[in-house]
Design a protein around this ligand. Structure first.
Ligand code: ARG
Length: 548
């Protein structure tokens, strides 16, 4: 459609000597045609009534892809495109590797997931993981040079607590057998005990200092905890089909953090308190915040300042994305503002914020130990998928269906919105769901597999065929829109609407039993549909299936 929008805008410009662009041309549906230009847009500039302008366009318009032009209502110029031209243009574009999308360039960092060590990931991480992963896929597809990064939370006083808890209540045997289980037990235990015994906080802090000073025992334990956590998380990622180009962590940026704090003090952006702590105050209405405590420990925020500077100045990223939940909105506002105050370049730095994922069963708190683990969430989805699969030989699909369903349920909701998670909706094979996309795609493929005939646009389009074609022709524009708004939901929702149209087509139009021309035309539609859904699902990280 983009092609036709551009052509129409150019032609209108040459008729009226104006400067409209493709964004002034709208996509319409049904009897009103394919594309429309609201001539009202020009009535001020040309000092003419819109219908008059519309009629002038209609008379002078001369492009051979146009079937007819209507001027309607207060001044809408409706363009009808010749179906076979639209069909061939669409096929040509969609069959090319990049769907005719203009290649973008630039080095992009997509930081996402970034869990803390020594704790299993929970369902909130699931939303983060699939959102970050889909964004990295989209950016990559349109040509950016993308690096995905997992910046793990592996530094801070909490690891002092954990070392203390391990020494006090831990068991080597348990740790060796099920390290994450045990660490998580200790984490919960420490916080329970802490409620009784206030000294524990101090004890934890002492061990945190020891880690920081490089005390051998403390440091080795910390390192071990970090390693086993990474190994553990990797299993979850592997199951979700998510991979990172690099793993970093807060502990990798400590020297730079010291330096950047000094720089901030020198530049008079960061202030020193009497007790030796460092803090910053803002000109805007953001609340003041501490960057270094009086005991010398640096904070999460200070490490992010150093890290941003490194990414922008040393590593030269044009875009620097942080996929992190909306509970950290303030953190990122403060981060970007401090950097600006220090003249660190924040261009292209974006906090990609998203809402909560709520299970109907109730809320979760990791301190009390009743979190819903990410791996449990996946297990449950797979189990539910198994129940929906009728034949034993297709059981092998359960993992892909279950995970695909979860991914879709997360990605089809606009980022900022909270998700109220309902198992029944998630795993339905009809309507707005992951299995529905997989099912529709498989349906098309199974017809294509049955024949050696190739599709071609011959004969007259039926109405359902033409609507399907038009919807498919929008795909490249949808991807561009999703990329610009960093919003996979645009792709997810588009695909679900497309599959609905496909299923109407499937019910109304026989393919292999149809007459020669009809068969070829319908096969051509199926080929494009397969291509669009396969590519669309890939951008969401949802796997396609051969049989379902
Ligand atoms: N580890 C942090 C957490 O679990 C998230 C880190 C987000 N990334 C960042 N650069 N601050 O809350």
């Amino acid at each position: 459609m983009k092609y036709f929008k551009q052509e129409i805008a150019d032609e209108i410009n040459s008729i009226l000597e104006t400067g409209i662009d493709e964004n002034d041309i709208e996509i319409t549906e049904g009897e009103r045609g394919d594309l429309a230009f609201p001539a009202m847009k020009l009535s001020g500039e040309l000092n003419k009534n819109p219908r008059e302008i519309g009629n002038k366009i209609k008379e002078a318009f001369d492009k051979d892809f146009i079937k007819k032009i209507d001027v309607a209502g207060p001044g809408f110029v409706n363009f009808f495109i010749k179906p076979e031209t639209l069909a061939n243009k669409t096929a040509e574009k969609l069959k090319s590797d990049k769907l005719g999308i203009e290649e973008r360039s630039g080095k992009v960092l997509v930081e996402f997931s970034s869990p803390n060590v020594a704790k299993p990931m929970h369902i909130g991480h699931f939303r983060n993981n699939v959102l970050g992963d889909s964004i990295q896929r989209m950016m990559d597809f349109v040509g950016y040079d993308v690096y995905s990064e997992n910046y793990i939370g592996d530094w801070g006083t909490q690891y002092g607590k954990l070392v203390y808890a391990y020494k006090e209540f831990g068991s080597r045997e348990k740790f060796e057998k099920e390290p994450m289980e045990h660490l998580y037990e200790l984490y919960v235990k420490f916080h329970e005990e802490m409620d009784e015994d206030e000294d524990l906080v101090e004890k934890g802090r002492l061990w945190a200092n020891k880690i920081e000073e490089g005390d051998e025992e403390a440091f080795e334990l910390w390192k071990k905890f970090r390693e086993v956590s990474i190994e553990y998380h990797k299993e979850d990622y592997h199951r979700m089909g998510i991979y990172f180009d690099r793993w970093t962590g807060e502990s990798k940026i400590l020297d730079d953090t010291k330096e950047v704090l000094e720089e901030g003090v020198e530049k008079n952006v960061i202030q020193k308190d009497e007790d030796g702590s460092l803090y910053v105050e803002f000109d805007s209405d953001l609340p003041a915040t501490v960057l270094k405590k009086s005991d010398g420990t640096t904070l999460y925020l200070s490490r992010d300042i150093a890290n941003l500077k490194k990414r922008k100045e040393k590593e030269g990223f044009d875009l620097n994305f942080y996929v992190v939940g909306s509970e950290q909105d303030l953190h990122f506002k403060q981060l970007f503002e401090i950097c600006e105050m220090m003249d660190i370049n924040t261009e292209g730095c974006e906090h990609i914020s998203y809402g909560l994922l709520n299970l109907k069963e109730g809320s979760m708190s990791s301190r009390e130990g009743n979190i819903v683990r990410l791996s449990d969430l996946i297990d449950k989805a797979v189990e539910k998928a198994e129940k929906k699969i009728s034949s034993e030989k297709l059981m092998k699909n359960a993992e892909k269906i279950g995970i695909g369903a979860l991914k879709y349920a997360n990605l089809s909701v606009t980022k900022q919105k909270d998700i109220e998670f309902d198992w029944e909706e998630v795993l339905t094979f009809e309507g707005d769901s992951g299995p529905y996309l997989q099912y529709s795609n498989t349906r098309a493929r199974s017809i294509l597999k049955k024949t050696d005939e190739k599709g071609a646009f011959e004969g007259e389009f039926e109405e359902v065929e033409y609507s399907l074609l038009k919807k498919m022709s929008m795909f490249p524009g949808i991807i561009e829109d999703a990329v610009t708004s960093r919003e996979p939901a645009k792709i997810a929702n588009y695909l679900s609407g497309l599959c609905e149209q496909f299923n109407s087509f499937y019910h109304e139009c026989p393919v292999l039993d149809a007459e020669e021309k009809d068969m070829r035309r319908r096969l051509a539609l199926l080929e494009i549909f397969d291509k669009v859904t396969t590519q669309g699902m890939k951008l969401l990280g949802i796997e396609t299936l051969d049989e379902m």
